[in-house]
Design a binder for this molecule. Structure first.
Ligand SMILES: Cc1cc2nc3c(=O)[nH]c(=O)nc-3n(C[C@H](O)[C@H](O)[C@H](O)COP(=O)(O)OP(=O)(O)OC[C@H]3O[C@@H](n4cnc5c(N)ncnc54)[C@H](O)[C@@H]3O)c2cc1C
Ligand SMILES: NC(=O)c1ccc[n+]([C@@H]2O[C@H](COP(=O)([O-])OP(=O)(O)OC[C@H]3O[C@@H](n4cnc5c(N)ncnc54)[C@H](O)[C@@H]3O)[C@@H](O)[C@H]2O)c1
Ligand code: SF4
Ligand code: FES
Length: 809
């Protein structure tokens, strides 16, 4: 049957291309063998949310739209981390930079855009970056740990979101803008000025009407020079001055290219069987830079590829919202009042509200809202419909304004007609959301997202979706509550309670009995259930490897080039010459490109091929350091009283004892411990999940610390006298955390959510601690070293043989 399938190759593993494939899989699941070539070494992620990652509103993992498993489950071959470099249109073949040649029957180019980098002298210096992909985001997060001052060039949507993110990371930011007011491509001067005032209140600085002429510094950037002779200091420069469609590959096939890849209404290029979609495509002279039109294009192209009759894509009217918390800005259509148009304006300087609608021939052609964007969806719908608003102009502007800044949002939502668009990114109407709630049983934002895609892109419409839930599901408690994912409306506590009550013992059983919306589950609920079942039934439950992430399946951390890293366990960070020799020999024998000390005082062997893992573990003869797992990672120690003249207790012995006691423990999220030999705290115990600090005559026990993106100092749990008590409290704390936290919730978030008092109360009674310790002991006694297990088991070893599967590319 496979032979009957045609070969479809998609170049570009980004938002528009993959959305097209999602549509296609629904329309014609067996029509094509799909291969995706993606230059980035990641599965498809939500580029829009990079701004939120930077501003602390989402984690990198949360923005993945289609995880590695999705490709596997849908039979898609993904060549991640490879770039298509040439197309031979006559032979119908694409080649990649890794020397792979792929034949196609249909080829889709979805190569997106490149950020425009101002060609300034010195722009190649270290510290000059764009803001386009995960790598840029990571660079900014990393840089923020060592720099004080950054400059963002460009006061548009991207520049302001980048600046807001950097401010959140504690960096002092100046935005350099060429124009006299911000967001000049979306706002008029009044709204731009109000926006500037609000952002200044948040701590952002602005340099307007500035022409950058040179990047200063020797090797690294130190500043930016302007045409007026002034300079601005900067240790990092982010360029956000617009984008250019990525047409390089299309040119190699002789495809017609203008600003973008020229396509007709069915997204066809001038070369047969080659299509283009997304930011790289130019339709009727426009190359769009927002997802809503790109998703509309994707829907049309999918139908074309599936052979389903469809009207062509006719172009889109677009609207934008700035994603900066505390600032409400909306803009749609002609904000700039073209000749022959008329505008109505309302400005309230007390509440900081500004509204403008632009009319042409009695039709609404543009809108700018600042301070109160509640009517954006309504105005945008009217604009898209192209209906006459003659006689309703003032009602549209004023009927929603005076004294109504806080007008009941639910009333507003009720007043919208069914065809009004609620989710601009995904084109989802109020009627479609109502249908999902009333007829398809959706009772949480997550379920509505899974069913309609509303709120799945920029997330700006989430409050409206929540509002519609309240409108249609009323006070029904289930309706407003969030499930653990889109497959269920049940929260963590309900699921765990039901598993216990009904003694459910497998993931399939849980999904069936608790009526999961999606029978197969998703990448969020499957690992959660796997954890909860393992925690509740340590003896009976058999861990489902397929429900774990790649790292935990292969017991090593996958790196960005597809190789793995190996971290053997070194208790308390104390090693010996013999052990070091062995590690060195193994590293040499297997050509390990890098050996590095980790932040947790362990040795990391980086760049290992998957097929070498079992052989390396066999030769190392050391236990796994679990550096890849949601498990006890490391116990960091200082030298303590053994060598340090300040040390009051033996922190090394204490650390080694704790690590030996709790190694191999599965936890909701990774867990790190540390022991310091005196309050000078050289082991940094007060940013660990469980930190132990020696004091005269005893030990302070600290909990809930985190040294990652959201740094959190620990809370003091209690003070104890003996080493046995340290172990007892640590065991009770870890088990209480295992039994009560949500999967993937670090102790720092959990302690904040439940409160320190709740944890203290649960652990203060000695009998309760003993019961918790007995349960953790039972779990620990059942664990074995995963590396040893694989080394000794031929069937498990086979999993490490080279596979042509996508996720290891
Ligand atoms: C920080 C940020 C915030 C944003 N916020 C919003 C927002 O709030 N609302 C909104 O509507 N839009 C927003 N956008 C814009 C939106 O993300 C883009 O419009 C959208 O991602 C474009 O989708 P695409 O598939 O065309 O391109 P992309 O998502 O860029 O995907 C193209 C992919 O193709 C790959 N590629 C390129 N050439 C090759 C090749 N030769 N071989 C293999 N792979 C290749 C690229 O590496 C890339 O992964 C934002 C963008 C950024 C950067
Ligand atoms: N919330 C959102 O919808 C959102 C957020 C981020 C990015 N995006 C999209 O990503 C793309 C890139 O965003 P962008 O903001 O870079 O593009 P943009 O074209 O919207 O804005 C670029 C800004 O840089 C300014 N500029 C140009 N040259 C300059 C110079 N030499 N010095 C100083 N300023 C200069 C321009 O006046 C303009 O305001 C766009 O398609 C945008 O729509 C959207
Ligand atoms: S924490 Fe105290 S005991 Fe440990 S190394 Fe530092 S000064 Fe010495
Ligand atoms: S408006 Fe962006 S996700 Fe709905």
């Amino acid at each position: 049957m496979n032979n009957a399938r045609k070969k479809l190759v998609l170049v570009g593993n980004g938002m528009a291309g993959v959305r097209t494939i999602e549509h296609l899989l629904k329309l014609a699941p067996h029509a094509y063998d799909v291969t995706i070539i993606g230059a980035e070494p990641h599965p498809n992620y939500n580029r829009i949310m990079l701004s939120s990652v930077l501003a602390g509103g989402a984690s990198l993992r949360e923005i993945v739209l289609n995880d590695w498993d999705w490709y596997e489950e849908n039979g898609i071959r993904l060549l991640a981390g490879q770039r298509a470099i040439g197309i031979d249109a006559s032979a119908k073949r694409v080649t990649t930079d890794k020397g792979i040649a792929l034949e196609y029957d249909k080829l889709v180019l979805a190569t997106g855009s490149d950020p425009f980098m101002l060609p300034l002298p010195g722009a190649d210096k270290e510290g000059v970056i764009a803001f386009r992909d995960l790598k840029d985001c990571e660079t900014m997060i990393e840089a923020s740990k060592r720099i004080k001052k950054a400059v963002v060039i460009g006061g548009g949507l991207l520049g302001l979101e980048a600046a807001r993110g950097l401010l959140h990371l504690g960096v002092d930011v100046s935005v350099v803008h060429i124009n006299g007011y911000l967001m000049d491509r979306q706002l008029d001067e009044t709204a731009g000025g109000m926006l500037q005032a609000e952002l200044e209140r948040q701590g952002m600085k602005f340099l307007l009407r500035k022409h950058s002429v040179a990047v200063l510094g020797r090797k690294k950037v130190t500043g930016l020079a302007f045409a007026d002779g002034s300079e601005e200091e900067a240790e990092l420069i982010v360029m956000a001055v617009g984008i250019r469609p990525n047409v390089k590959l299309a040119k190699t096939a002789g495809i017609e290219v203008n600003r973008g890849i020229v396509v007709n209404d069915w997204l066809e290029t001038n070369v047969e069987d080659i299509y283009s979609v997304g930011e790289c495509a130019e339709h009727r002279g426009i190359a769009y830079g927002l997802v809503a039109p790109l998703y509309e294009q994707g829907a049309v192209l999918a139908k074309r590829l599936a052979g389903v009759e469809t009207a062509g894509y006719a172009g889109s009217v677009t609207s934008t919202k700035l994603k900066v918390s505390g600032v409400d800005v909306f803009s749609a259509g002609r904000y700039d009042e073209p000749p022959g148009s008329r505008a109505l304006r309302y400005q309230d300087e007390i509440d900081g509200v500004y509204k403008k609608i632009v009319l042409q021939d009695d039709k609404l052609v543009g809108a700018v809202l600042f301070g109160d964007t509640g009517d954006g969806a309504k105005l945008f719908s009217i604009m898209k419909n192209g209906e006459s608003i003659k006689g309703r102009e003032k009602e549209l502007l004023l009927g929603i304004v005076p004294g109504q800044k806080g007008a009941d949002p639910l009333e507003r939502l009720k007043g919208l007609s069914d065809d009004e668009i609620i989710c601009g990114c995904n084109g989802v109407s109020k009627g479609a959301i109502a249908d999902a709630i009333l007829n398809k049983g959706c009772s949480s934002v997550g379920e509505i997202k899974a069913c309609t895609k509303a709120s799945g892109s920029c997330g700006g419409c989430k409050p409206l979706v929540e509002g519609l839930l309240a409108v249609y599901a009323g006070e029904n408690a289930v309706a407003t509550k969030e499930g653990i994912c889109g497959c269920t409306a049940l929260g963590r506590d309900e699921i765990v309670a039901e598993i216990k009550r009904m003694e459910l013992k497998s993931i399939k059983e849980v999904m069936n009995v608790l009526e999961w919306g999606n029978a197969e589950g998703c990448s969020k609920c499957r690992p959660s259930l796997n954890y909860y079942l393992g925690m509740l039934w340590p003896e009976e439950y058999k861990d489902e490897k397929e429900s774990r992430f790649t790292n935990e399946r292969y017991h090593a951390n996958i790196q960005k080039d597809g190789t793995y890293s190996v971290v053997p366990r070194i208790y308390g960070g104390v090693t010996s010459p013999a052990e070091l020799k062995k590690i060195a020999e193994v590293a040499e024998k297997f050509d390990v490109p890098m050996v590095k000390f980790t932040g947790g005082q362990r040795l990391d062997l980086l760049g290992v091929k998957k097929e070498d893992l079992p052989k390396m573990w066999e030769e190392l003869e050391m236990p796994s350091g679990h550096a890849y797992g949601k498990a006890l990672r490391t116990v960091k120690t200082c030298v303590g009283s053994t060598f340090c003249r300040f040390g009051t207790q033996d922190s090394i012995a204490m650390g080694i004892r704790l690590e030996k006691e709790f190694e191999r423990l599965n936890t909701p999220a990774k867990v790190k411990l540390a022991v310091s030999g005196c309050p000078r705290n050289c082991a940094e115990a007060t940013i660990k999940d469980f930190g132990v600090v020696a004091i005269d005559g005893g030990w302070e026990l600290h909990i809930g610390g985190n040294g990652g993106v959201h740094v959190r100092a620990t809370d003091l749990l209690c003070v104890v006298k003996t080493e046995d008590e340290v172990v007892e409290w640590a065991g009770a704390f870890l088990q209480y955390y295992r039994e009560n936290a949500q999967w993937n919730e670090r102790t720092s978030n959990w302690v904040e959510r439940v409160g320190l008092d709740a944890v203290r109360t649960a652990l203060q009674n000695k009998d309760d601690r003993a019961t918790l310790c007995a349960r953790i002991r039972k779990t620990l006694d059942l664990t074995t070293d995963p590396w040893k297990q694989i080394v000794e088991n031929g069937a498990l070893r086979k999993n490490f043989e080279p596979l042509a599967e996508a996720q290891n590319v």
